[in-house]
Design a protein around this ligand. Structure first.
Ligand SMILES: Cc1cc2nc3c(=O)[nH]c(=O)nc-3n(C[C@H](O)[C@H](O)[C@H](O)COP(=O)(O)O)c2cc1C
Length: 254
């Protein structure tokens, strides 16, 4: 099981020592053109998790390729570039996806879709090599004056509140496709990581936890080894897919 960071939750150039604890670094999402992002405030803590409305702020494809990527290459760990856009043409512009590259392509899915397994099957049919599950979920928090805390009104909710939702998404997508899955959503400990493996994840990513604990990748790695020993397995892969979801089992036998 590789430990990655979740996109947008670590600036590897500002914190190379954190990045070097990872098995691979994932960049913040790069779009064809530079983006300033949303107006502040764009991050808020809530009693249930972190809310962010960064608005995909990034330097754009050209500056990323010229200035950021060469420096990221010097970190000495594999770099996964997250690309995004607002329509199919944007994706074609930054990656053109399957037809333009033989590099491994992971599709990041949202659990907001009522049937995420169906989306997983669609991206598998379109040639994806793997899945990243899950992204933040859209949410709103109000201040004392009953107004939205974030300038944009709503944002993406992240942190431990997502874990049960993410475990479910990983579970049903692992049953629906044979694609390797990077699981994420509220992972804070080795035990969390092992639960994602039991639901079918091959690798995991740490997001919100990195803001509070920059040592999380190394810590989660050593906790994972200890928790494997506790449950009597050698490596996390030994529990992969152990947690069978009755709803998917029913579908398989239907
Ligand atoms: C501040 C912040 C910025 C994020 N930016 C991105 C992004 O640029 N691209 C992306 O795919 N996901 C982005 N995410 C979502 C994370 O990659 C991850 O899917 C989500 O936060 C769930 O993991 P977590 O609960 O461990 O944080 C961002 C999350 C946060 C908190």
């Amino acid at each position: 099981m590789r430990i990655l960071n979740a996109s947008g939750c670590l600036d590897a150039l500002a914190a190379p020592d954190v990045a070097r604890q990872l098995d691979a670094f994932v960049t913040k999402t790069v779009t064809p053109l530079p983006r300033e992002g949303s107006a502040p405030p764009r991050i808020a803590e809530t009693a249930h998790g972190m809310l962010n409305a960064i608005g995909l702020a990034n330097p754009g494809r050209e500056r990323f390729l010229a200035e950021h990527l060469p420096r990221l290459g010097e970190l000495g760990i594999p770099v996964w570039v997250s690309v995004g856009g607002f329509c199919a043409d944007d994706y074609a512009d930054v990656a053109a996806c399957r037809q333009a590259t033989e590099l491994p392509l992971y599709a990041k899915l949202s659990a907001a879709h009522p049937d995420v397994a169906q989306v997983a099957r669609a991206v598998a049919a379109a040639g994806a090599d793997g899945l990243s599950l899950i992204n933040t979920l859209r949410a709103t928090a109000l201040d004392r004056g009953l107004q939205p805390v974030l300038a944009r009104g709503s944002g993406g909710l992240s942190g431990p509140v997502l874990k049960p939702i993410a475990l479910h998404a990983v579970n049903v997508c692992a049953e629906a496709t044979a694609l390797p899955i990077v699981g994420m959503g509220g992972i804070e400990s080795g035990r969390d990581a092992l639960e994602f493996a039991a639901c079918g994840a091959r690798d995991i990513a740490l997001g919100t936890v990195l803001f509070a604990d920059p040592g999380a990748p190394a810590r989660v790695g050593s906790e994972l080894a200890a928790v494997c020993a506790d449950v009597g397995v050698a490596i996390p892969d030994d529990v992969r897919g152990l947690a069978k979801s009755p709803e998917t089992v029913r579908k398989v036998h239907a």
